[in-house]
Design a binder for this molecule. Sequence first.
Ligand SMILES: Cc1cc2nc3c(=O)[nH]c(=O)nc-3n(C[C@H](O)[C@H](O)[C@H](O)COP(=O)(O)OP(=O)(O)OC[C@H]3O[C@@H](n4cnc5c(N)ncnc54)[C@H](O)[C@@H]3O)c2cc1C
Length: 322
Amino acid sequence: MHVAIVGAGMSGLSCAAQLVRSGHTVALFDKSRGPGGRMSTRRMVTPLGEAHFDHGAQYFTVRDPAFMAQVARWSASGVAAPWPAAGTGAWVGVPTMNAVVKDMADQHDVTFGWHVRGLVRREGGWHLAGEMADGERSQKGPFDAVVVSLPPEQASAIVALHDLSLASTALAARSQPCWTGMFAFEDRLPFKADTVREAGLISWAARNGAKPGRKGPETWVVQASPHWSTQHIEDGADAVAQALLAALGEALGMVLPAPVVASAHRWRYAMSTGSNLGALWSASSKIGICGDWLLGPRVENAWISGRTLATQMMARTPQEVA
Ligand SMILES: Cc1cc2nc3c(=O)[nH]c(=O)nc-3n(C[C@H](O)[C@H](O)[C@H](O)COP(=O)(O)OP(=O)(O)OC[C@H]3O[C@@H](n4cnc5c(N)ncnc54)[C@H](O)[C@@H]3O)c2cc1C
């Protein structure tokens, strides 16, 4: 099969790897400018030099034996390392969180900066309709099958016209938002620990530069709780950054120096409810869906979901050929 994959985050790339291993060809399309999805890293130029912020997933845990083997391979090639400050068994990408996704993306045909707006079914197979950031529209195809590896709200919108059953499963899932603050300071903040959990409106804060392999100025990433993020979902990024900065000062028990960077990113679909479905595949429409939300909002689950989908797609293929 020649498979189009919409979304080149952890689940889409995991699906791609498994399909390619079984002799299929894949082409991935992602609206972002670079690799990572919700494991992205934001790079900023500051007066103190370049600063990096892992503003999505903070670390990942490993339970599944197959994922354990994958993480061991990442570790051996230097793109992942343990980060004990987040707890026993916590891993991060090195030198940035998106390094593992980048490593995976490098092995496939990925088109970044192309926003998929819809699917078109024509004789010869599936086509994707999409556009570049500058508004230039085009179609790609034909493909024998399409994999949609997006948060449920975005997945349902893409498949709704073609497979109501898949769309209604996705519509039943919900994601919670997360406002994330990114701050850089001239000097190291005199706070002993590198992480803070559950303090006021903060659900998690971390000294980003304390993760293994990081360089650059003192950086902190601050995540607001789902409740606070929902209440402030339409606030402006500058106001949110100031609120998160104040909350960080309170959590650390100090008057913070003026940051050289204070920025906020809104993840509208950060953490989704898990469903235990693993993945969704329709042999009749030849549309599959994978993503963390089919198991639970964790990096490991995204990886497992992509792999599960590929296995389901391959299981159907011989019957269809016969
Ligand atoms: C703030 C935050 C903190 C988190 N913390 C942790 C943590 O500590 N530990 C943990 O294990 N997990 C954490 N997670 C969850 C983890 O990041 C996800 O489980 C995982 O990255 C999901 O991967 P995915 O491939 O399913 O989805 P995504 O990574 O969301 O991939 C979807 C991709 O599709 C692209 N896309 C979307 N729409 C389109 C379109 N129309 N056309 C083309 N491309 C499109 C996006 O750009 C994205 O690259 C966190 C997530 C967030 C947001």
